[in-house]
Design a protein around this ligand. Sequence first.
Ligand SMILES: Cc1cc2nc3c(=O)[nH]c(=O)nc-3n(C[C@H](O)[C@H](O)[C@H](O)COP(=O)(O)OP(=O)(O)OC[C@H]3O[C@@H](n4cnc5c(N)ncnc54)[C@H](O)[C@@H]3O)c2cc1C
Length: 458
Amino acid sequence: MLNYDAIIIGTGQSGPPLARRLTAAGMNVAILERKLFGGTCVNTGCTPTKTLVASAYAAHVARRAADYGIRIEGAIQVNMKAVKARMDRVVAASRNGVERSLKTLKGCTVYEGHGRFIGEKAISVNGSELAAPRVFLNVGARATVPRIPGLDRVSYLTNSSMMDIDSLPPHLIILGGSYVGLEFAQIYRRFGSEVTVIELGPRLIPREDEDISDAVADFLKREGINVRVDSKAVGVEPRGNSIAVAIESAGKRSQVVGTHLLVAIGRRPNTDDLGLDKSGIAADARGYIQVDDQLRTNVAGIWAIGDCNGRGAFTHTSWNDFEIVAANLLDNDQRRVSDRITAYALYTDPPLGRAGMSEREVRAAGKPALVSTLAMQNVGRAFERGETTGFMKILVDRNSHQILGASFLGLNGDEVIHCILDTMYAKAPYTVLQRAMHIHPTVAEDVPTMLDNLQPLQ
Ligand SMILES: Cc1cc2nc3c(=O)[nH]c(=O)nc-3n(C[C@H](O)[C@H](O)[C@H](O)COP(=O)(O)OP(=O)(O)OC[C@H]3O[C@@H](n4cnc5c(N)ncnc54)[C@H](O)[C@@H]3O)c2cc1C
């Protein structure tokens, strides 16, 4: 048995920074990675998709060049091999950076293999047995593959295998009209594919407010994406070189035939092959490891951080998990998961930036609220840029004047939302933001103006 002060399984968004903090505190640390250093975000999530979003945006703007008085001779062509090469370069730089930093970290031993519990705090990897009084699980999640008859007979894609594509899919069918599916939908439509999105629920991104879902569906449809909501995929079969997906919608059956099929219906934690039972670690019915407000599992000395604890599904929540664990363990600073405010973005163009509660959540909570919305058409910067799709919405508590939440669907919405988020963290009343002088011309300059126009939420 090889003894360490701490073992970290997984090199996602919280494992590597935690290794740095623990070794800096003098601990002897083992970190395990079974596949790609940097995990989902770096290799098959945020980083590659955002490089694709950038390439797709370039193609889109090039097609619109005439709107800006620019003439481009000939048709706009997308070189998929070059798009992929660019993505691979950016991803490799990040992945290699994580790998190098861990392998050169003093006090840290890297094991490249699958870790599995063989005892309460004992783990086997590549035939070695490791033990430590502290174990941190940063094992992440992977795409959920639904049980649809025939799916196993076609070569469907997930967010991971999408990264291998270096030619244009003539017709990409996407199962799932939520965050991951919609980003890929717009990316590939802009590259030139025909795209069909099949969503089970009555609208896209069902977690968002209806007006947001409608606006997103509207601009995706305007770009030529086929959106099928209220549609259940009930069967899949190979059809020559194509794939046929049978759909049931309002009792009626129909079929969509495409060349590629992406499954993007959700994520499941990588905990089924971790030997949790050997340690006695409790997980819920879906496999998410149960943790308390400081991310401790039911087994003393074992923490679960990142997507595998079901308390967040983002790079920033995983990173925040690292900060919470490090603060409690090393800094005598009792940070908690419940201190954080919901925040995330959908990277369509325009993007959706979200902070705090949605309008639906405010209504469900029965909070007396004020609301203000502003169409991006009335935002000077968006008008100047010729990118006026979307709207911004802010909700404020009528009594406390604290901001309850915001949804910014529009140019730079993923950035501008931070002025809301930071005001919420400061627990300042909205009037502080209302009186702030913002820079002209920006999208953010309209946020104080929006707060001049708050109306009771009916
Ligand atoms: C297509 C897509 C786009 C996304 N875009 C965004 C975005 O724009 N912004 C955002 O905030 N989030 C985004 N996310 C989510 C984000 O990628 C994850 O929330 C983030 O990577 C956090 O992951 P993590 O730290 O929990 O672990 P992960 O990054 O999933 O890493 C876990 C690591 O553990 C390793 N591992 C697992 N089991 C074992 C084992 N038994 N032994 C050894 N190693 C093991 C895995 O190989 C993996 O490397 C996106 C996700 C997807 C799928």
